[in-house]
Design a protein around this ligand. Sequence first.
Ligand SMILES: Cc1cc2nc3c(=O)[nH]c(=O)nc-3n(C[C@H](O)[C@H](O)[C@H](O)COP(=O)(O)OP(=O)(O)OC[C@H]3O[C@@H](n4cnc5c(N)ncnc54)[C@H](O)[C@@H]3O)c2cc1C
Length: 318
Amino acid sequence: MSFATTVTAGLRALAGQARPDEPGYRVFNVALKRRITLSPCLSRLVFGGPDVARMRTLAPDQRIKVLFPGPDGLAPTVPDLPDWYATYRTLDPATRPPMRTYTLRQLRVEAEEVDVEFVLHGETGPASAWATHARVGDRVQLVAPNRAHAGDPGGYEWKPPQVLSDVVLIADETAVPAAVGILEDLASRRDPPRVQAFFEMPAAEDRFPLTAGPWASVEWLSRDEGRVAHGARMIEAARERARWPTEGAAKARPPKDIDLDRTLLWETASRADRGTYTWVAGESAAVMAIRRHLVGERGLDKRSCSFMGYWRHGKRND
Ligand SMILES: Cc1cc2nc3c(=O)[nH]c(=O)nc-3n(C[C@H](O)[C@H](O)[C@H](O)COP(=O)(O)OP(=O)(O)OC[C@H]3O[C@@H](n4cnc5c(N)ncnc54)[C@H](O)[C@@H]3O)c2cc1C
């Protein structure tokens, strides 16, 4: 970035001005500042750098892209251009920096810090491998909302109606960062709704302390109890543990299953159904099974449920 551009951006930030012609998202250069272990499977990585002062987040499930060092091990250097993605696509897939989707867990603009919580699922993927071994000072790039953009850049699905009585959150470990952010968001309401949260984690030791009020019941469910497959506890929670509205259900129409090998399962809620707003995210096949049950068998209004496949078993997620 030229000196003139930097100065203009700095002045604009100081003046609190946002411009519609600024891109909604931009590329941020950050370095790892510290690591906080939340549980054996989940680590919070705190990234910092002057660029972070220009970042923005709009919701607790704000999604961002993380660009990791490529096969040469060097920090990624994707140029910060409005059409960064077009540029990225022209790079050789064999050598370009791997890119994955994550949740912007927390942003502290003043401190120039941003938190991303990584599931450490082993060395099979570049993101998990990098997060496992990263040391303070290691650099990545984040593609995240741009504070200088005047409009709503999107990239989040938590848009609950102002008036609602019940929220159901069902998440596996990849969606726990967003779901915990949602609990924090609800806690800031004057009159929070009743919340039932079900968090599936690999093991009992993966639960960690949360600050939720008496309006929230949080159940941690672990796969190691009974050694069940990924997603089984989420499905069980939807079928057997959660309380759903029973009266006045519309006639159930089974939703058509999606071919998860070709299509991303991504349906988002626009309203509540009999006061209940449902947010489900995690492994795609598990989320689809929950969708089948809630919409097809229980007759929940599809428009009251977000069903989001955050990753797919056996498939790379770039
Ligand atoms: C909107 C959104 C927000 C997300 N937020 C987060 C977040 O905050 N934190 C987070 O950790 N993840 C998050 N994810 C999920 C993350 O993008 C995927 O888990 C991603 O595949 C990880 O990349 P990787 O390079 O480690 O593995 P990949 O190279 O994508 O996959 C390699 C192999 O690992 C498997 N795999 C991928 N993820 C997991 C897992 N969690 N457990 C077991 N096996 C896995 C794949 O099926 C594949 O077989 C989010 C996804 C979306 C769409």
